[in-house]
Unconditional design. Structure first.
Length: 296
């Protein structure tokens, strides 16, 4: 592992969807999430972090230090117990061990951060093993994402589909097809804003320069290995990164985000492509000590 990062960062992700459902809402029949007051589409931070985790697991599979803590088929307590096993204690001896070693909690935390990329990045709540005293604690990660919001209001469409695969023998005697429905957004461009704290990286998780480069790579490619018919065509169009020349930063995040302007072209009524928008960064308005890099 390299040294923890020494610079604060903010970033803006621009991604789009074409004829797909970027993030279904289970409380609304899995229709695309939206703000009911304005009609703008929403994609949760949890959804985007899942894509980042999936990319890292695919790209760094088997590499030491790049395992994923939040993943399908692996109970959290199993991973928590690994840390205590590494420190030579179990649920029967942990109470006594903590009395003798006041650094045990710190060693357990450090083990989890060293071995799991997503804990090093996003943090984790690892307090589900409390009844057995195998509590790995709660870690606030240096990388945080907000909800993504569409640049324009969206109009989800409910599409009726048919299938020839009949469910039961009885139904097969009566009909040759079955009906179904799926929701799509014909087109939408989304904007998500994020933060990277060098202070938390140094004090808590050890998030490093290597981790940072992998994070940018994962964001740019987070939809490339996560295709499905339901999500349609999704792509990260641009990643705009603001780098401060210090650990604590040189300006409030909102001032940097305000320099990124995304506007629909004047002659476009219903956007159906990324080219229907213009993206500008007012680099002249950037505060001293902040530089901007555009990727994608």
């Amino acid at each position: 592992m390299t040294e923890p990062i020494k610079n604060r960062y903010e970033f803006v992700i621009l991604f789009d969807v074409e004829n797909g459902n970027p993030n279904g809402d289970p409380d609304a029949g899995n229709m695309p999430r939206l703000d009911p007051e304005t009609g703008y589409g929403l994609v949760t931070d949890v959804c985007l972090k899942r894509k980042i985790r999936n990319y890292v697991e695919t790209a760094r599979e088997g590499d030491a230090g790049f395992r994923i803590y939040i993943k399908d088929g692996v109970p959290l307590n199993r991973s928590d117990a690994e840390a205590f096993d590494h420190c030579g204690v179990d649920e029967k001896t942990v109470k006594e061990a903590k009395k003798k070693d006041d650094k045990l909690d710190e060693r357990v935390r450090d083990y989890m951060c060293r071995n799991f990329f997503d804990i090093r990045s996003f943090g984790a709540v690892m307090t589900t093993f409390v009844k057995n005293n195998l509590n790995c604690g709660q870690i606030r990660g240096p990388v945080q994402l907000g909800f993504a919001r569409s640049i324009d209001p969206i109009v989800p469409q409910e599409v009726t589909i048919t299938r020839v695969a009949i469910t039961t023998e009885a139904d097969a005697e009566k009909k040759g097809t079955e009906m179904g429905r799926k929701y799509i957004v014909p087109y939408a461009l989304y904007r998500c804003e994020g933060f990277v704290s060098a202070n938390l990286a140094r004090k808590v998780t050890g998030f490093s320069e290597d981790d940072l480069e992998l994070l940018w790579q994962a964001i740019l490619n987070m939809f490339e290995f996560d295709r499905s018919a339901a999500r349609g065509k999704m792509a990260v169009r641009e990643l705009i990164v603001f780098k401060h020349d210090s650990e604590l930063g040189c300006a409030p995040a909102w001032k940097l985000f305000d320099t990124v302007k995304v506007a629909r072209n004047a002659d476009v009524i219903s956007p159906r492509a990324y080219s229907d928008y213009t993206v500008c960064v007012d680099e002249a308005a950037l505060p001293a000590g902040v530089t901007c890099t555009r990727m994608g």
